[in-house]
Design a protein around this ligand. Sequence first.
Ligand code: PAP
Length: 348
Amino acid sequence: MAAFQPSLECDNISNIHSEQTDSDLIQKTDERYRETLPNLPKGKGWITEHLVQYQGFWLTPNAALKNLMWVQDHFKPRPTDIFLASFPKSGTTWLKALIFATVNRTRYGFADHPLLTTGPHDCFPFLDAHFQEKDRSRFDLDRFPSPRLLSIHIPYILLPNSMTDHQSCRFVYICRDPKDVLVSKWLFLNKLRPKDLPPISLEEAFELFCQGISHYGPFWDHVLGYWEGSLETPEKILFLKYEDLKKEPLVVVKRLGDFLGYPFSLEEESKGVVEEIVKLCSFENLSTLEVNKVSEQKFSKDTIIDNRHFFRKGKVGDWKTYLTTEMVERLDEITYEKLLGSGLVFGS
Ligand code: PAP
């Protein structure tokens, strides 16, 4: 399915790169990838044979590493770009829907809203997946109208300067209690694990997660990168927690509107627009829509995921169903130590 685009009109900006320079750059990035890959430390993979450690973070060798290099070498941000950044399984799908609905709220009515028939991941594509595509026309970034809504799992410190400098685009970062992230991730990735491989046990997943060996991990380094970035440039990075969004969705969505430059007017508030957005994007609503129950999401030619897998329980604290007391103590201790002095805390 093609990425949903609100309008075919594009900004009056020149193409990102000419065909000539495009092929030179592609070759350079391919070379960089081929030279780098064999020298990287390897760790056990959750759905691939192994992950590789690149500049401190664990990535899938064929997809995430390649995509990261593509973003570093080729991506040209626009000052109006809006990025949703997250560690996987932290609330990406939910935030995609909320940002899309907030930014486009004057464009669509709630009765026939695109999110009722198009999955959040198609409304708000992954930048990281874009570059993996042989057929880039699926996500023709040049033709996206502004503001482009793009999602990333890339750690903050690995982003190119063009994305992180103070002049340009904005980031919304969503994080979540690592215990819920671990459980959500373990259940999700076991569904994607090739059928000929035995499932990963919770004990093994737990060990890997604690060692930081998980997609875009270590979890704590990922979170801290954006946390520190948000302290340095709060006008550029809005740091949100899944748990706060669950507790006070109206407050957080209003903050989101302010931060993104789409503040809700008093009239909109009195008409209940914020409530409508929260309802539209709620787990209860999105998870029961046909598009999110039966369609699949094609991230790349090798990565096709049923949309329903992005909606499991959508609860805070489901880790209690799965983790032993020892696991909880160890994970909480690691989290405490890693975040010590940062000012960032997760509820237990
Ligand atoms: P991704 O990184 O693969 O895109 P992501 O969307 O970040 O996944 O996380 C999925 C989690 O968000 C799931 O959590 P669970 O396994 O603990 O249930 C999923 O259920 C939850 N989720 C998805 N949509 C919503 C929503 N609208 N409201 C609340 N939680 C949601």
